[in-house]
Write a protein that binds this ligand. Structure first.
Ligand code: 5AD
Ligand code: SF4
Length: 469
């Protein structure tokens, strides 16, 4: 048994990171058994689940959407806010009932929550029927944990700085767009954030491995890659002889993939070189997710964000000026400990200046083990909810305004599939990452087509196909 330890997880040494080339997944013939997989949280977790799927399918399990039909349940969890916890514990409750009628059911908990001491202690004390707990550093060990499962709690979570794994087998959700990890972990330690503890030290992959992965995706017919990292701008900084993110982006662009995206950027190390590269290459999409978190320089300092309100606005304005047609979205936290009404108004001020294309807004959620969880917090939940409501009103107003500007315009959309809400419609994304629901022929799935925008809502556009390329 290996239990998580947040103090260990916070350590950062100067030691170089080991690169491990994984062997092919073990193949077994577990016949007629089904897996149920639920994924919570960010794109990194969504991509990790593609690794988990490959592991399960190589063992012989087939996918089921119904929890009740499952022989193995895997919850890939998120720790970023408390409500993510609540959902997972709710699911575990359902698994308890299922296990009563199906004692052979294997229940697995993985991902960021598994890296938290509080969660694992709760699983040990209150959820004895959870068979396997694995963390973010050892997904590849899931195969052996499943094959050796004796229905006695097997907890294997490592609070280490982490390694870099290559040759990971993925069962990708799409054959049009693909996630590509360029780095793991984060060393920024923003005071509210649990990620540097759950995901370990920043570890960049070698650029040659990344480029090879993108080239093989191009050969397989993929149209779009999204480069993934907690803070992509810091790419390569943990290695002495690696490309900067700007140069990496350029190399990825030169593979000839039709569309390149990246998430997430930290405003602190977003260089002019990066802005120039994004502006220069047509296949690098003009869309940047640039988390603000707060518009108050005082709160930003308490958050450990390393930029002021003025520096953020300056960077934002430069992006808008230099990258034609760029769309910018953001993340904002309200109710950080000590945030006053006047701090909040500074946030509103930045939103009014930036008029974001979209924003994810959150109420501060104290994460055990992070510095902000210990800060004095006198604002009531009611007041925080009120701020969130006021913020969302403004944020949604600007998304709608920006979307409305596209009505009667011709935009390029990569068609990804049939709309979930209306089977007569297709859906896809503009280069600026706006969701479009389109009347069109299913044969267009996978193509980049010219679409006339006919209507706009806060979170999506409607359109009709003009011509396919
Ligand atoms: N409370 C609320 N929101 C948080 N985020 C990260 N940690 C917390 C927290 N403790 C938000 C940030 C980040 C996004 C992914 O989640 O805005 O950018
Ligand atoms: Fe968390 Fe800050 Fe790292 Fe983003 S940059 S993952 S908010 S610590």
């Amino acid at each position: 048994m290996n239990l998580p330890n947040l103090k260990e997880a916070a350590k950062r040494s100067k030691n170089s990171v080991e690169v491990v080339y994984l062997d092919k997944n073990k193949k077994e013939n577990i016949n007629n058994k089904k897996y149920f997989l639920r994924t919570y949280g960010c794109q990194m977790n969504v991509h990790d689940s593609e690794e988990i799927k490959a592991i399960l399918e190589n063992l012989g399990y087939t996918f089921t959407e119904e929890l009740d039909n499952a022989d193995i349940v895997v919850l890939n969890t998120c720790a970023i806010r408390e409500n993510a916890h609540d959902k997972v514990f709710g699911y575990l409750g359902r698994c308890k009932h299922l296990k009563q009628s199906k004692p052979d059911l294997i229940v697995c908990l993985g991902g960021c929550m598994a890296q938290e001491e509080v969660v694992v202690n709760e699983v040990l004390n209150k959820y004895p029927y959870v068979d396997i707990v694995f963390g973010t550093h050892n997904i590849h060990e899931l195969t052996t944990m499943i094959l050796n499962c004796k229905h006695k709690q097997d907890i294997n979570v490592y609070s280490i700085e982490g390694k870099v794994y290559e040759n990971i087998d993925y069962k990708r959700d799409s054959n049009i767009t693909a996630w590509v990890n360029i780095m793991y972990g984060c060393d920024k330690f923003c005071t509210y954030c649990i990620v540097p503890y759950t995901r370990g030290k920043q570890r960049s992959r070698r650029s040659r491995e990344i480029i090879n992965e993108v080239k093989s995706l191009v050969e397989k017919g993929y149209s779009e890659v999204t480069l993934l990292g907690q803070n992509v701008n810091a790419y390569g900084k943990d290695l002495s002889d690696e490309l900067s993110f700007a140069r990496l982006l350029e190399e990825v662009s030169k593979t000839g993939i039709k569309r390149v995206r990246f998430v997430t950027s930290h405003p602190w190390d977003f260089t002019d070189e990066m802005i120039d590269v994004i502006a220069k290459y047509d296949n690098i999409m003009p869309y940047i997710h640039l988390p603000l978190q707060s518009g108050s320089s005082r709160i930003l300092r308490l958050m450990g964000r390393r930029y002021t309100k003025e520096e953020y606005i300056k960077l934002f304005d430069k992006m808008k000026e230099k990258i034609p047609n760029v769309a910018i979205s953001t993340d904002i936290i309200v109710g950080f400990p000590g945030e006053t009404e006047s701090d909040f108004e500074e946030t509103i001020d930045v939103v009014n200046h930036c008029k974001y294309d979209g924003a994810y807004t959150f109420i501060f959620s104290p994460r055990e083990g992070t510095p902000a969880a210990k800060m004095q917090d006198d604002t009531s939940l009611e007041e925080k909810e009120n701020r969130l409501y006021r913020l969302n009103e403004i944020v949604n107003k600007y998304s709608l305004e920006n979307n409305k500007k596209l009505i009667n315009k011709n935009v390029k959309v990569l068609i990804l599939g049939v709309s979930e809400k209306d089977e007569n419609k297709l859906y896809g994304y503009t280069d600026t990452m706006k969701l479009v629901n389109i009347v069109g022929d299913k044969k267009l799935i996978g193509q980049i087509v010219d679409v006339l925008i006919t209507d706009a809502k806060s979170f999506s556009l409607d359109g009709k196909v003009l011509k396919s390329n």
